[in-house]
Design a protein around this ligand. Structure first.
Ligand SMILES: Cc1ncc(COP(=O)(O)O)c(C=O)c1O
Length: 409
């Protein structure tokens, strides 16, 4: 057994669900871009909270409340270290990527927009990074402009440069495309926008789990991600924002925790980060996310990047050999996502047949309908890999696809 196989065996023991059978076959979980599986330490951290110190945070003087508050704030500090933010005040807990983008759209961008201004996104955005901007544009008379992509699924940088006119007030861009796997040249994108004084939000939903992110090095003004895509719980996410911006922004929601004092005449808002955390937050989610991030840090990005790069190459080579299979998204720089279509077989039929072999993939438009139209396909089948996946699982996928082709021919 190679060193990597031994390590993988060990890692897979951390994820109980990977040992289960589906229709009597070993589960092959290749739907990691939709959500990742959770290691035991995350599951234990959540149950430990409920078993031993379930309590509301920040407001209590009793022991349980103090313990819960400590763990919640400890997670914030882990996340601050993980993405190298300047201070823990720049880490806002949200419900996920979608809420983070909506928060920035409504609290930062909308008050700064007037008719005729422009917001720039790319053709490869998830609906969560399209619709919030359409809403603020509708409300303000601003225009949403879309940077085109080429046939490989890469951003056309020269077009981006041309479109960065004085009218553009904000750029919001995905780091890694969830349906194509394309890794965007995010540092250059940010640098170019900043050279014109335009702030940038990075949608890191599909990059936080694959690429070591350093927000200070990137220089981004905002960055958002979801806990469930980085081995943490659902219903929790993070908005990173530069303190100078967060301080100037109005709260997104009003209620408990985001106030210092309330009277009928006047409310004084709380300091950062609490100003943006109205109401009782997802306490166990934040604690679980902190644990997930600690776990990922222990696995280490050296291993994650090396193994996932190998998985991607192996999968692309293996699937490209299959007659009648076409990969959608062939960027030079890709994360471990392979989207494909088969001649004469609808992706939903592919997904249903793979399921019978215990293989979990995603089929559909992956919340990126404009990309489907760009590549003139109704949907794709998407296999997305995590660091716990193996080459043997890709072999199972390839064999099962051959069976689908045979069945439909
Ligand atoms: C690139 C990208 N952005 C945004 C989202 C939305 O994430 P969530 O549904 O966790 O808010 C996703 C989810 O798949 C995504 O892949």
């Amino acid at each position: 057994m190679s060193e990597i196989d031994v390590k993988l065996l060990e890692i897979r023991q951390d994820f109980p669900v990977l040992n289960r059978l589906v229709y009597g076959k070993p589960l092959v979980y290749l739907d990691n871009a939709a959500t990742t599986q959770k290691p035991k330490c995350v599951i234990s951290a959540i149950s430990d909270y409920y078993l031993n110190y379930n309590s509301n945070i920040h407001r209590g003087v009793h022991r349980l409340s103090q313990e819960a508050t400590d763990e919640y704030e400890k997670s914030r500090k882990f996340i601050k270290e993980f993405i190298n933010a300047n201070t823990a005040s720049e880490i806002i807990f949200t419900r996920g990527t979608t809420e983070g983008i909506n928060l920035v759209a409504h609290s930062f961008v909308r008050p700064r927009l007037k008719e005729g201004d422009e917001i720039l996104i790319t053709h490869m955005e998830h609906h969560s990074n399209i619709v919030p901007w359409q809403i603020v544009c509708e409300e303000t008379g601003a225009q949403l402009r879309v940077v085109p992509i080429n046939d490989a699924g890469e951003l056309i940088f020269e077009e981006y440069e041309k479109m960065l006119t004085d009218k553009v007030k904000f750029v919001s861009v995905v780091y890694v495309s969830n349906s194509l796997g394309t890794i965007n040249p995010i540092e250059e994108i940010i640098k170019k926008a900043h050279s014109k004084g335009i702030p940038v939000l990075v949608d890191a939903a599909q990059s936080i789990q694959h690429i070591k992110i350093d927000v200070r090095k990137l220089g981004c003004d905002f960055l958002v991600f979801s806990g469930h895509k980085i081995y943490g719980p659902t219903g929790i996410g993070v908005l990173y924002g530069k303190q100078i911006y967060l301080e100037k922004m109005s709260p997104y929601q009003g209620g408990g925790d985001m106030i210092k004092s309330v009277s009928f005449e006047r409310t004084i808002y709380n300091d950062l980060p609490y100003k943006f955390e109205a109401g009782t937050p997802n306490i166990e989610g934040a604690i679980g996310l902190g644990k997930a991030i600690e776990y990922v840090s222990q696995i280490g990005f050296d291993f994650i990047i090396e193994h996932e790069t190998q998985l991607l190459k192996y999968a692309q080579d293996k699937l490209s050999e299959i007659d009648g299979l076409k990969i959608i998204g062939n960027a030079a720089r890709k994360a471990s996502v392979v989207s494909f279509v088969l001649d004469n077989v609808h992706p939903h039929d592919v997904g249903t047949m793979l399921d019978v072999d215990g293989i979990a993939v995603r089929t559909g438009h992956h919340c990126t309908e404009p990309i489907m139209r760009r590549f003139e396909v109704p949907a794709t089948t998407r296999a997305s890999f995590a660091f716990y996946n193996t080459k043997q699982e890709i072999d199972v996928l390839a064999q099962s696809i051959q069976k689908v082709i045979k069945m439909f021919s």
